[in-house]
Design a binder for this molecule. Sequence first.
Ligand code: NAD
Length: 324
Amino acid sequence: MTDKLRIGQVGLGYWGRNLARVFDDVGDLTWVCDASEPLREEFSRRFPDARVTGDFDEMVAADDVDAVVIATPVPTHYPLARVALESGKHVFVEKPPAMRVPEMEELIRLAEEHGLVLMPGHLLLYHPAVQKLKELVDAGELGDVLVVYGNRQNLGKIRKDENALWSLGVHDLSVILYLIQEEIVEAAAHGHAFLNEGVEDVVFCYLRFGSGKIAHMHLSWLDPHKMRRLTVVGRDKMAVFDDMELDRKITVYDKAPEQPSDTYGEWRTRSGDIFSPKVPNDEPLKLECQHFVRLVQEGWDGREMHDGLEVVRALELLTESLRG
Ligand SMILES: NC(=O)c1ccc[n+]([C@@H]2O[C@H](COP(=O)([O-])OP(=O)(O)OC[C@H]3O[C@@H](n4cnc5c(N)ncnc54)[C@H](O)[C@@H]3O)[C@@H](O)[C@H]2O)c1
């Protein structure tokens, strides 16, 4: 008998292999499941103590699974998460857990009814740099936040099941909503599918919030620059989270427009110090997986799944606009 959380994971592909490594560390990976025979063979060698199957229903029915981790393509998240919750298993599901608001609401209802944890894998929320950004915003260090924009560009990985909004934008969206904590009153998106029919490779998004704050995202896997950057423009200071930087993940610019009394209403700009607060070097994926285990073992208030619902709501609004 072990007191480690017993985990069954479905989806052992590109991202699933990272999740399996970490969940086997922070919990006990008792089952792994994938439709691909070569992956099942590979994982039976990597995790000799785990049961290996291609049949999700078999894994979900097993007594030695307390929680199910879902790392399959996005369209499969909702049906698999629903089966797992109906079978009484806690669920960690890669982002986003559903493609439509009513589906996400149904997952939340099932989790509440059965007293289970349902945690979407919004990895960036566990990034120490995002926590630092949130600290700066909440402490009023930047003044009122006016604009937040994300750049998530690269050449590849070219996906066929999810467009750039659903695959890349979901990361920035989760952080933007976490920082701003307001309702979206306007959402617009433009993009184009150049490589695979119906799958936009490049998407530009615009969001406006109740208080007038605005956000923008440039999402693309068809770009010469590898950018993983989020910029927050405050009334008093500006901050940048650049995940491509090794040591300087956050930079705060003491820069802002101001109206000195001797300029009779004219705007001037002020440029002060530029500094980089210390950000712990902890692995976001490990923090995320530990957080899930802690929620299951210590109880929770459902915040993560309700935040996940707001991300799905925003994705739905942007998709409606994208498809015109
Ligand atoms: N958090 C992050 O930073 C991050 C990064 C990359 C991908 N992801 C997410 O992870 C998920 C998986 O992405 P990926 O790149 O690993 O995809 P992938 O295609 O490499 O792997 C998916 C795997 O799921 C398996 N699969 C699909 N349906 C199945 C089913 N019904 N039963 C059993 N196996 C099934 C496939 O055989 C495949 O091996 C996606 O939701 C993606 O958005 C998250």
